[in-house]
Design a binder for this molecule. Sequence first.
Ligand code: RB5
Length: 149
Amino acid sequence: MKIAIGCDHGGIVLKPAVKNVLEANKIEIIDMGCFDSQSVDYPDLALKVAEAVSRGEADKGIILCGTGIGISIAANKVKGIRAAVCHDLFTAQMCAQHNDANVLSMGGRVIDEDLAAKMVQIWLDTPFEGGRHVGRVAKISQIENKYFK
Ligand code: RB5
C-alpha cells in the first residue's frame, strides 16, 4: 500500500506522528511536502495528494492543514476524491466504514500528535462496510459525473 501525504505550515506539526504510524504499518509513503514551517498555500498540497490518489499513484492520501478544512475542501474538487475532515477516533473510523474516504484530513491546530496517530491507525484498520453505503457513495460519484466535464 502507498499513501501520499501533503501538509501546509499549519498541519506540518502532525506529519512526523503520521509518518511513524505509516512506517510501523510498512506502508510506502509519498511525501509531497511541505517540508518546513514556511507559509504555503494549502490548495497546492491538496492538489498534489488528490491527483496522486485520483490517478492511482497512491492508494490513499493524508492531508494536514491548520484545521483540516481548507485542504479537504480543495482535495474534494478532484474527481474520485472523498476527503474527510476528522477530529476524533469516531469520525476517523466512520469515514472509512460508511463513506469509504480515500483521503483523511486533520488539523494541526485542532488535535495533537497522539490523537492524530491513533486516528490514522483506526482509519487504516477500518474496512468500508459496503451494503447500504455502496449506493450512497455511488451517488457521490453521480454528482461528480454531473458536474465534472
Ligand atoms: C493557514 O494559516 C490556515 O488557514 C490553513 O492551514 C488551514 O487551516 C485552512 O483551512
